[in-house]
Design a protein around this ligand. Structure first.
Ligand code: FMN
Length: 188
């Protein structure tokens, strides 16, 4: 199963266009998480206690574990997130917080090291930026580190289109160039 996590909230989102083209190229059905309409809630003290109870009882049907359970059974993850404030929209941070559920997507071994409980072997991160993303790409690098540290996802790739809001740039031409790169990297 391909899991598509959509953190694009703007009408006419360019990031979503890129991601949809990537999904097209993967050529399989996918399940979507639409963060803009789902508006997941962050883990307050009360919700954290609720989640701890659900995990302790092994209640994988609990609502608060639904994103984690879905994430754990995906084979490939595709994330679409515009470059916001040097990283990504906070909706995606809330989502990752809900997915990092110890006992569902990962656990710890006796040495205290994280061990993945996820099936996925590949994660594709799609982003677009108004300006340029510096070498420290806090958005993708954070997701990449989570993927490798907790979820055992060894293959991660970032497709990015930059400089879309810079006066004089041609956003369509930049997006098309990124689309060509996705063709090459996805071998289609
Ligand atoms: C709330 C917000 C924060 C943004 N922060 C940045 C930023 O830190 N650096 C940057 O280069 N562009 C920034 N941008 C511009 C977006 O990265 C750019 O317009 C992007 O293509 C938007 O993606 P979308 O078309 O999928 O919505 C920001 C835009 C918004 C709305």
């Amino acid at each position: 199963m391909i899991l598509f996590v959509n953190a694009c909230v703007r009408d006419g989102s360019r990031t979503l266009r890129l991601a949809e083209s990537v999904l097209d190229k993967l050529g399989q059905e996918y399940e979507s998480v639409e963060l803009g309409s789902a508006q997941p809630l962050p883990l307050t003290g009360e919700r954290l206690a609720q989640r701890d109870r659900a995990i302790a009882q092994g209640d994988l049907q609990a609502d608060i574990l639904s994103y984690a359970v879905q994430f754990a059974r995906a084979d490939t993850i595709v994330i679409a997130a515009p470059y916001w404030d040097l990283s990504f929209p906070s909706l995606l941070k809330i989502y990752t917080e809900l997915v990092c559920a110890c006992g569902v997507t990962f656990s710890y071994n006796e040495k205290g090291e994280p061990v993945s409980l996820c099936k996925a072997k590949k994660l594709i991160y799609v982003t677009t930026a108004g300006g340029f993303i510096p070498e420290r790409n806090f958005g993708f690098d954070y997701i990449d580190t989570l993927a490798k540290t907790f979820f055992g996802i060894g293959e991660t790739v970032c497709f990015k289109a930059e400089g879309l809001d810079i006066e004089g740039n041609d956003p369509e031409a930049i997006l098309n160039k990124t689309l060509d790169e996705t063709d090459k990297k996805l071998n289609v």
